[in-house]
Write a protein that binds this ligand. Sequence first.
Ligand code: R5P
Length: 318
Amino acid sequence: MTDVLVMALPGNEALAQLLAHRLDADLGTLETRRFPDEETYVRFRVDPKGRSLILVCTLDRPDPKFLSLAFAAAAAHDLGAASVGLVAPYLAYMRQDKRFHEGEAVTSTTFARLLSSGIDWLVTIDPHLHRHKILDELYLIPNRVGHAAPFMADWIRANVQRPLIIGPDVESEQWVAEVATRAGAPFRVLRKERRGDRDVEITVPDLGEVSDQTPVLVDDIISSGQTMLETARQLKEQGLAAPVCVAVHAIFADGVYAALQDVAALVATTNAVPHQSNAIDVAPLLANLAQDLYAATRGGQAQGPRLGRAVPDCRGGR
Ligand code: R5P
């Protein structure tokens, strides 16, 4: 992929380097800084003219990141890039996908429109799909959606003895079953009801018959961390061991990582969002998807097979 140029938005340098290596592509440098008035400055240090540019920008805490990304994508087009793709392992604004209360903004739709207007294609991992079953319902540009389940399963198999895989809610059963099968482990799913941004009610079934196993809580995202914290609390009440917590997207709002470390035997996440808990490398998955989409886009077959799969949310809220 010699015409391909990979560039990181700030904070994504490590992943961009892994991707460039896997894609046998050039790695360019993007200079960004803030003016004193806090406006954003962006400059290409490598000329993207005629190149197929891949920007790497995971979109956790998206508001401060979005403008830099939009400016970089627009500048790349201005400077004559042949195409501008985006690898955003975590895709933001997927949760407010309906108007739960009168007058609310349906931000998933607006964000998709804004992001799509600047880029030619999109690769992401395990986006939080709920009421929209596939990403194409929101994003009208060519896209590929990857799933970290096999990578998480392989990590569990290699690092946890006698694992019992536990999913957060009944809707996650299919996904959790996939992880469990590949990890060669039994699984159970919980019942969850979200009552507020940081308030979840978890019902854990009786785990007496598997109480000698190591509980492994598997989720697509740790955001407020309340799902895992509450589950860990209830497992302890039932006399189970401290759980291993495994997630795709390490958001960890409000410094909840420390609280989780206190109750978990281990916390392991993928590098979809850079974090000290990253232990599972999903760069190979992202590289394959980017390569596939790049080839399809160049061959005019960008509407090729979609790999999207719904990741169910909790009831009654984002
Ligand atoms: C919900 O359906 C998701 O799979 C996660 O369980 C949820 O987003 C985790 O959120 P939190 O960390 O805020 O409990």
